[in-house]
Ligand binder design. Structure first.
Ligand code: C2E
Ligand code: CA
Ligand code: CA
Length: 417
């Protein structure tokens, strides 16, 4: 029987008896990886065994259903909150036991579990499932080992997100996303080599929103292509005022995987008559994890235009040295979390030194980001970094401020010589 028919019955029973109906939502973590690693036949076996284990845990009168792909729901009529919570946590530990499949394969999985309780958290099946799934999302985000209960805050968060997304959409349409530029200096810290273009969003009502919030939001909402293109156009236009300065633009994974970034870059460069050699594209490792073949094609396409490619935030992800070799990067940007260690006697400075050495061996240009102190600068200079970026030299600047920054430096050099 379909959930659509079961729910109204369970809900009216709960209402009649002043009782409850728990909705436990279960999502297998990274199920795609299991399919990829073991094949679909094994994936299907895992899903079947999962359903059997859930069936086993369900209370009398309970219902187990598969929603889509790798998510399940268990309906628990008559259980009060503590017992729904207990069952939800038992689901987690039960699914953490290894799966010894008929095929002889042993597979380990983990699941994220959330729950909502009718009629307290909703009085329709759709509403209860939606809210149990919000709790699952929270469980995933918190990487907690425990089941998560729905709380009304989660609804408020969704409402806030939707509001933020609408505001971002409007700002893109009004062309009110700004671009600022952070200098990249030579290791002495005196000469400007290039700038990194960074998006800024100040909403008329909400005020300034951090890129750490609006960039992921734009990625999820499918707006990152627009922002990426806008930043690139603006940067190329602004950079005409700074003839010897290279510009670096961030490109996120979904632009590589779902967009036509090669055509966009070619189009922007040719319209502006901007030399490709002055443009760098920064991408993060996450780009390479999703679809290697496509990532490779897009990178080759960009390099064929004459654009250089930097691996951004190196050291934060898998930091596979394989990637560096296999994907033919031109440049390595060491994440600022490592720079704190520059000059420290032990530990992190050893790692940092070996990353720099590796970059040298591979013939890459090495940039250190997040340089904040003179001690760090000196250490990084001696270690052989080619470019430095950070608050020590400058915060990100508006186009007008950067023009002034360049003029001031020129005046300095004139006095010095
Ligand atoms: P990112 O690409 O790693 O950019 C460098 C970030 O480090 C910038 O943060 C910059 O302001 C900050 N930073 C630079 N020097 C220092 C320092 O010395 N100390 C500290 N504590 N921070 C420093 P921002 O502008 O907030 O950007 C955050 C992230 O948002 C960027 O990290 C990038 O991943 C993303 N982002 C920004 N603009 C764009 C864009 O146009 N497109 C895409 N796809 N992502 C963007
Ligand atoms: Ca960057
Ligand atoms: Ca970075």
């Amino acid at each position: 029987m379909a959930l659509r028919e079961i729910f109204p019955r369970l809900i009216s029973e709960a209402r009649a008896k002043s009782s409850t109906v728990g909705v436990v939502s279960i999502d297998i973590d990274q199920f795609k990886a299991i399919n990829d690693a073991f094949g679909h036949a094994v994936g299907d076996e895992v899903l079947k065994s999962t359903a059997r284990r859930l069936q086993h845990l369900a209370p009398p009168g309970g219902v187990v259903a598969r929603l889509d792909g790798d998510s399940f729901v268990v309906l628990t009529p008559g259980l009060d909150q503590p017992r729904v919570a207990e069952l939800a946590n038992r689901v987690i530990s039960s699914l953490a036991e290894p799966f010894d499949l008929d095929s002889g394969t042993r597979v380990f999985i983990s699941a994220s579990v959330g729950y909502a309780i009718g009629l307290r958290d909703g009085d329709t099946g759709d509403e209860l499932i939606r809210r149990a799934e919000l709790a699952v999302e929270r469980a995933k985000a918190d990487t907690t080992e425990a089941a998560v209960a729905f709380v009304p805050d989660m609804d408020a968060e969704v409402t806030y997100r939707l509001m933020l997304e609408a505001a971002l959409r409007a700002s893109i349409a009004d062309d009110t996303i700004d671009v600022v530029y952070q200098p990249l200096m030579d290791p002495s810290g005196r000469q400007l080599l290039g700038v990194e273009a960074l998006a800024r969003w100040t909403d008329r009502e909400l005020g300034a929103i951090s890129p750490d919030i609006f960039i992921p939001l734009a990625e999820e909402a499918g707006l990152i292509q627009n922002i990426g293109e806008l930043v690139l156009r603006r940067a190329v236009a602004d950079a005409r005022a700074w003839p010897d300065v290279n510009i670096a633009v961030n490109v996120s994974a979904s632009q590589i995987h779902h967009g036509n970034v090669v055509e966009v870059v070619r189009d922007v460069l040719s319209r502006a008559h901007f030399p490709a050699e002055r443009l760098e594209i920064e991408i993060t490792e996450s780009v390479l994890l999703a679809d290697e073949k496509r990532a490779n094609e897009q990178m080759r396409g960009l390099q064929a235009l004459g654009v250089r490619i930097a691996l951004d935030d190196f050291g934060t992800g898998y930091s596979s040295l394989q990637y560096l070799r296999r994907f033919g990067f031109d440049k390595l940007k060491i994440d600022r979390s490592f720079i704190d260690g520059a000059g420290e006697p032990l530990g992190s400075s050893v790692v940092l030194a070996s990353i720099i050495k590796l970059g040298h061996d591979l013939g890459l240009t090495i940039t250190a980001e997040g340089v904040e102190t003179e001690e760090q600068r000196r250490w990084l200079q001696l270690a052989g970094c080619h470019q430095l970026q950070g608050y020590l030299f400058s915060r990100p600047l508006t186009a007008a401020q950067l023009t002034a920054f360049i003029a001031a430096r020129r005046a300095d050099t004139a006095v010095a010589s």
